[in-house]
Design a binder for this molecule. Structure first.
Ligand code: SAM
Length: 279
């Protein structure tokens, strides 16, 4: 539905390290809006100065979202476009903006997203863990007891889990994850898009051996693998279909699924062909 109110709130993703990842559209939106709302002007000024952008900045914080929201709505009421940015990546993704977006939707102004980098997705696609379904969790609670409860809730979740974590907590978090989730495949992606970008891929137990982890990091952990007896037959057929539709040969697709769930290749192949004939 197109709205009649004139002003627009732009949700603009900004680089997560490498400034050359900024797009032309990002720059033109940041130049053209009346105001840029950011988390911390001291951080965002670096980006804006680098690109010679002199748009007025105001702060938008988690701790005063209500008040900041009112301020931004005032600009929109005056017909002025506003861009919301965070220190890095997408606003609202483990960053402020949720309150604002909902108020702006309620008030009927347009909202437009301007695409860009996001640490979780960068990490996911390079992790080697399954990408077809995943859960972005963001930060676990800073208190270990709460974090443990959160991990307990995620324990049986069958899809890749993605967490943001701070360097001073990562060793504890890895240990806790090993304790609660068991030894699963995992990846720690560090300093994405920056000079020292690196990926530690292994199991949680192996990652627990790492020391002096610095910089910004994303932790990815494989979802709970289903045991053969827990697998629904139709689900298996669908998984094979998905691989075949993505271009994998039928025999290879069957082998991959059979290996994944530890079941007989021949039996599965015959079942698959039989099902295809019946369809
Ligand atoms: N809004 C951001 C996004 O869209 O990705 C996330 C902001 S959140 C406050 C900051 C966390 O994101 C960091 O603690 C880290 O877990 C992750 N992160 C941000 N930049 C990163 C980078 N260059 N490499 C790895 N992780 C990063």
């Amino acid at each position: 539905m197109s709205l009649n109110k004139k002003a627009t709130l732009f949700l603009v993703a900004t680089p997560i390290g490498n400034l050359s990842e900024v797009s032309e559209r990002t720059l033109s939106v940041l130049r053209d809006v009346a105001v840029i709302a950011c988390e911390d002007t001291r951080n965002s000024i670096k980006l804006l100065t680098h690109f010679d952008i002199h748009t007025r900045m105001i702060t938008y914080h988690n701790f005063n979202e209500k008040e900041s929201t009112r301020g931004i709505l005032k600009f929109l009421e005056e017909g002025k476009d506003v861009a919301l940015i965070s220190d890095a990546g997408y606003p609202l993704i483990s960053d402020p903006g949720y309150e604002l977006v909902n108020e702006v939707i309620r008030e009927g102004y347009d909202i437009v997203t301007v695409s860009g980098p996001n640490a979780a997705l960068n990490a996911l696609v390079a992790s080697g863990l399954k990408t077809i379904h995943y859960l972005f969790y963001g930060f676990l609670n800073a208190k270990q007891s709460q974090a443990r409860k959160e991990l307990e809730e995620l324990k049986d979740f069958p899809y890749t889990l993605i967490f943001y974590e701070a360097p001073h907590r990562i060793e504890k978090t890895l240990k806790l994850a090993l304790e609660v989730l068991g030894d699963r495949k995992a990846c720690l992606a560090r300093e994405l898009t920056k000079m020292h970008e690196e990926y530690h891929r292994g199991t949680l137990r192996e990652l627990c051996e790492l020391r002096n982890l610095k910089g910004e990091m994303v932790l990815l952990i494989e979802g709970k693998e289903k045991k053969a007896e827990e697998i629904d037959h139709d689900e298996l057929m669908e998984e094979i279909d998905r691989l075949v539709n993505d271009g994998t040969r039928t025999r290879e697709a069957v082998s991959e699924i059979a290996e994944r769930y530890g079941i007989s290749k021949n039996g599965l192949y015959n079942d698959y062909l039989k099902r295809k004939k019946e369809l």
